[in-house]
Design a protein around this ligand. Structure first.
Ligand SMILES: NC(=O)c1ccc[n+]([C@@H]2O[C@H](COP(=O)([O-])OP(=O)(O)OC[C@H]3O[C@@H](n4cnc5c(N)ncnc54)[C@H](O)[C@@H]3O)[C@@H](O)[C@H]2O)c1
Length: 336
C-alpha cells in the first residue's frame, strides 16, 4: 500500500514509519521538523520525505495514496496553552483541511490521531466512547472538533477513523520525557527522586508508543466498512493507572529512588480512566505488545545505555514545550 504519514518525525511517527516499511509498504512522510536536532537515535526514513507544513499540502501531494495517517500536531496540553491559536490552526483547521484534500484526491482511508484527553474530567471514572466529552484544554478541543467535522466527510468512498489514543509512554528514537511515565523515570534516573507534581491520585490510561503505531496499521488493514467513521479508544482496560502507581513501577526498576510530591499542580483536574472494550470488539486480533511494566523496563535499559543524566533531564532535547517555544516561528500564521 502507499501510505501518507504526517508527523513522521515525531515520537510516535518514527515507530510508525519503521513498522510500515518493515511490512513492505511505500511510505511518504510529511513533517515540518519542529523537533529536528532532538533525535536520540538513528531511525528509519520514509521512501519520500516532505519537510513541509501540513497546511501547505495540495491534492497532488496526496494523489495515489491508499491511506493517510495523520499524526502531525501541536501535541499536548501545555503546548496548546503556549499558543492556543496555533494549536487550533494546526490541529483543527489543518486537520480538517487535510481530510478534505485526502477526500478530493480520492484517498479511501483517513486515520486521525486523536486522544483520550477529550474525556477530560469525567462524571464517572470508567469512560467509553459513548460518554460525554469534557475537553479541558485547547488541545483536547482541537481533537474533538476535528472528529466532528471530518466525520461529516465520510461516505462509501471515504472512510475516516478516529483513534483516541491513551497517553503514550516508552522508548522511541525521538524520545520525549514530557509525558507522565517517561517523565517520572527520567526524573528518577537524573535526580534520584521520582517527583510527582500532583497528589498522585489522577488516573491516566497509558499505552506504549509502539502500540499506537501498531493500532494505526491494524486500522489500515481492517475492512473499510468495519472502521468507517468510528471513534475508538486505543489502549487496554488493564493499563489505567493512578500517577502514584506509575511511580511505583519506576521504583521497581530504580529501588533507591525516593517518591516525592511537589504539589505544583495541586489536585490535577485531568483525571480519567478509560475502557477499551470497543477496540476489542472491533479488532479482536489486536492486542497490545507492551504493558507499563515491560515498557518501563525497556526504557530504563535504553536510558541507562545512553547514560541519561541531569543535563538531559533539564535540557531542551526531550521536552517538546521547551523546543517549541523557540521554534514557533516555523508554524506561525494561518495558511489558508
Ligand atoms: N504522545 C502522546 O501521549 C499522545 C497521546 C494521544 C495522542 N497523541 C497524538 O499523536 C500524534 C503524534 O504525537 P507525538 O507524541 O508523536 O507528537 P510529537 O510532538 O513527537 O510529533 C508531532 C510531529 O508533528 C510535527 N508537526 C507539528 N505541526 C506540524 C505542521 N503544521 N505541519 C507538519 N508537521 C507538523 C512536528 O514537527 C512533530 O514531528 C499527535 O497528533 C498527538 O496529538 C499523542
Amino acid at each position: 500500500m502507499r501510505v501518507f504519514v504526517t508527523g513522521h518525525l515525531g515520537y510516535i511517527g518514527v515507530h510508525l514509519v519503521a513498522l510500515l516499511k518493515e511490512a513492505g509498504h511505500h511510505v511518504t512522510g510529511c513533517d515540518v521538523g519542529l523537533f529536528t536536532g532532538c533525535e536520540w537515535e538513528e531511525f528509519v526514513r520514509p521512501d519520500v520525505e516532505l519537510i513541509r507544513d501540513i497546511r501547505d499540502l495540495d491534492v497532488a501531494d496526496l494523489d495515489g495514496s491508499d491511506c493517510v495517517m495523520h499524526l502531525a500536531a501541536i501535541s499536548n496540553d501545555p503546548m496548546g496553552d503556549l499558543d492556543e491559536e496555533i494549536t487550533l490552526s494546526v490541529n483543527r483547521a489543518g486537520s480538517i483541511d487535510l481530510a478534505r484534500l485526502a477526500k478530493t484526491a480520492g484517498v479511501p482511508r483517513f486515520l486521525f490521531s486523536g486522544s483520550c484527553s477529550v474525556y477530560g474530567k469525567g462524571d464517572k471514572l470508567d469512560l467509553d466512547e459513548g460518554d460525554p466529552l469534557h475537553p479541558l484544554t485547547a488541545y483536547a478541543r482541537s481533537k474533538i472538533d476535528t472528529e466532528a467535522e471530518v466525520a461529516k466527510l465520510a461516505d462509501e468512498n471515504f472512510a475516516p477513523a478516529f483513534l483516541r489514543n491513551a497517553t503514550a509512554y516508552g522508548h522511541s528514537p525521538m524520545l520525549r520525557i514530557d509525558i507522565v511515565a517517561n517523565n517520572l523515570l527520567a526524573c528518577a534516573l537524573a535526580t534520584g527522586k521520582i517527583g510527582i507534581m500532583s497528589d498522585g491520585s489522577p488516573w491516566r490510561p497509558l499505552v506504549h508508543c509502539v502500540d499506537i503505531a501498531r493500532a494505526f496499521i491494524a486500522f489500515m488493514d481492517a475492512p473499510p466498512d468495519r472502521i468507517r467513521n468510528v471513534a475508538v479508544n486505543i489502549g487496554d482496560n488493564q493499563e489505567n493507572f493512578q500517577v502514584k502507581d506509575v511511580a511505583d513501577e519506576v521504583k521497581r526498576v530504580l529501588p533507591d529512588a525516593d517518591i516525592t510530591y511537589t504539589g505544583e499542580v495541586g489536585n490535577d483536574p485531568r483525571s480519567y480512566r478509560v475502557r477499551f472494550d470497543y477496540l476489542n470488539r472491533l479488532l479482536p486480533d489486536f492486542k497490545l505488545a507492551y504493558s507499563l511494566r515491560s515498557g518501563t523496563e525497556e526504557l530504563h535499559r535504553q536510558m541507562t545505555d545512553h547514560g541519561f543524566d541531569l543535563a538531559d533531564f533539564e535540557g531542551d532535547q526531550f521536552v517538546r514545550l521547551r523546543t517549541l517555544s523557540r521554534r514557533l516561528h516555523l508554524i506561525k500564521g494561518d495558511r489558508r
